[in-house]
Design a protein around this ligand. Sequence first.
Ligand code: AKG
Ligand code: FE2
Length: 349
Amino acid sequence: MASTGPAPLPQDTPAPSNQHQYPHMHSSLFAQDDQQVELPLIDLQLLCQEDEAEIHKLLIAAKEWGFLQVANHGVSRKLRSEIEEQAYHAFTLPAETKARAEAAPGSAHGYLPKSSGADGNRPRLSEAFRLPLNPEKRADMIIKLWPEGNDTFSSVVEEYIAAVESILLQLLRSLASGLGLDPLQFTHDLSKDGNTAVLRMNFYSASSQPLPTLGFPAHSDPQILAILHQNSVDGLQILKDDKWIAVKPRPGSFVVNVGDTLQVMSHDMYPSVVHRVVMNSDHFRSSLVLAVAPHPQAIVRPAPQLVTEQRPSQYVPFTVEEYYSSMKSLPINAGKSNLDKFRIIPTLA
Ligand SMILES: O=C(O)CCC(=O)C(=O)O
Ligand SMILES: [Fe+2]
């Protein structure tokens, strides 16, 4: 793919070594035509009422975009600003304090400092607190930051998790029934103990450079479904038809995206779309991503009703744990999911 625009790579991006394999990784940080698009907007209350037209809208959005936004979701402005404030408190703790919650290598939970890429990992302008959805594991992490405890942080986080999780559950029910499946098809293996189930708080420092800087490298989310809340600073881009498209944030609504696990469960009806964050602002960006996932031993495979003689299963069944471990061997800067590893390649007779 030809790159668009003047193609400046961020200063701290290592030289590309797998250019032909992942061409979009080496294109400009500018989005296509430098224009922002609004994602399809879904009204959650209408979905709760099983409004057929709204379910249809959701289906089209999930199939064509893998990304959408949700309004009329019932999460108060007060809770949204409280969680932003609590995240800000956590990120402005001294570096030594944050380091106490640093993740064991390879863990999906814990504090992740920003990375210049000098260690061979993907460069990341963002730092992140990745809080487990399991309440006991989360409490263990919070106590590392505040040894005396922090009731306000803990209770705001708990309230926020409950509120946004119920949005995801409603969406998953509608996404299943829209395909003619049991409404619980995508939710029965969900678990807070999933090794990728997470509330990820991301914090992107203000950019000191006049050029756009890579905030979060291109990736897909491995989980079932993720819901994102952000402050007013934009930067999210999604890869659509091999072009980077900047997402226009709609104040007060949440962005939702399909993860790799749902792509498999829906037998490729709902694509897990690669996305990244590009910072180009003198104000910091903060975002919160809650992603739900099945328990580690759950087997991920297409829903049986979506497997037919005409379209036999495209995937070898795998456990959540196997998928998560396999991701560790993804090439640096892969910028794609690891689903190809589990995809059945048809052999010629
Ligand atoms: O900050 C954002 O907008 C996106 C972050 C993201 O993609 C993630 O945490 O998985
Ligand atoms: Fe993501």
